[in-house]
Design a binder for this molecule. Structure first.
Ligand code: R2B
Ligand code: URA
Length: 320
């Protein structure tokens, strides 16, 4: 009987997104998980966060979260949390913000008011593990009306370095808006379309800020930084300079404006209310090595943070 119920739930889940919105509630849309087994578990250990439903009061700790910002580097996400602390004019010293996941060194997590800032490491497997536990965390904490952002760096395709790309569609190596996952030995495909409204709101925000060149375009997600992104400067290279340029030209024609390593799984898992915002560190038509000076790269990496901060402050009514 229980098995039949679970089968029915799975059938239902196939037609739904991973984070979905439970509409109709006057309090907003609740973050839902699409796994009926979770309800049958007495305790859920979020192992890579060093948190658990039994040892931590997740609704009390996280119930007021409205904005989740994820990015590759732990230091950058700590700096973002401190930046948001100042921007939101919260009481206390931003230097005192503590890592909620200090029991593990896999990921770092910082909470400043309604904003959660989390690192995810590099590549699809690393961000995917983090997102499973993050989505469950938001669900257990009964969070409502949450918007998720990935703030990152990328290689530009036909754009000046320093341009911020707000992702329209996250596409794979063949420029398709899909994420392929091997499950029980079979490939399953999930859609990677993102929230168009949030993307255009972000573009509008960029036009209100000085020194924030931004475009909306497709973002290609690869499983490697070197050969996987058509670089000629890795330890291995199996193609010619001409072949590299031809691939980049095809990508450009397919609407790709930047290349990074996490957007497709991020979009597939969070797409209902999510956006990807990555700054370009170089124009890949001009080369492969990242040659800009350190201070220039630091300023570029602050651009997605400044943009998302502006978005959050507008949503909170702190900027009209
Ligand atoms: C952008 O930068 C990292 C590689 O340098 C990777 O995580 C990504 O998506
Ligand atoms: N991150 C990437 O994945 N690719 C680049 O070219 C730059 C940053």
């Amino acid at each position: 009987m229980k098995r039949r119920w679970l089968c029915l739930m799975f059938f239902f889940c196939f037609f739904c997104d991973c984070i979905s919105s439970k509409g109709g509630s006057p309090d907003g849309k609740q973050v839902q998980v699409k796994n009926p087994y979770l309800d049958t578990m007495e305790e859920d250990i979020l192992y890579h966060f060093s948190l658990s439903t039994k040892t931590h009061n997740l609704p009390e700790m996280f119930g007021d979260i409205k904005f989740v910002c994820v990015g590759g580097s732990a230091n950058r996400m700590k700096a973002f949390a401190q930046f948001m602390h100042n921007e939101l004019e919260l009481p206390g010293n931003p230097e005192d913000i503590r890592d909620i996941c200090e029991g593990t060194d896999r990921y770092c997590m910082f909470k400043v008011g309604p904003v959660l800032s989390i690192s995810h490491g590099m590549g699809v497997p690393s961000i995917s593990i983090m997102l499973h536990e993050l989505i469950k965390l938001l669900h257990h904490a009964q969070c409502r009306d949450v918007v998720l952002f990935r703030l990152g760096t990328s290689g530009g395709v036909g754009l000046a370095p320093g341009t911020v790309v707000v992702t329209d569609k996250a596409v794979d190596y063949s420029f398709q808006p899909q994420f392929e996952q091997v499950v029980l030995g079979k490939v399953i495909t999930r859609s990677t379309e993102l929230d168009e409204g949030v993307a255009s709101e972000l573009l509008q925000c960029s036009s209100e800020l000085p020194n924030l060149p931004a475009v909306i375009g497709n973002t290609m997600c690869t499983h490697d930084f070197y050969e996987g992104q058509g670089r000629l400067d890795g330890a291995l290279c199996s193609f010619s300079h001409e072949e590299k340029l031809e691939y980049l030209r095809k990508a450009y024609e397919a609407g790709v404006r930047n290349i990074e390593m996490e957007s497709t799984v991020f979009a597939a898992m969070c797409r209902v209310c999510a956006a990807v915002i990555c700054v370009t560190l170089l124009n890949r038509f001009d080369g492969d090595q990242i040659t800009a000076p350190h201070d220039v790269l630091v300023e570029y990496q602050q651009r997605p943070q400044v943009l998302v901060s502006h978005f959050i402050k507008k949503r909170l009514g702190q900027i009209v």
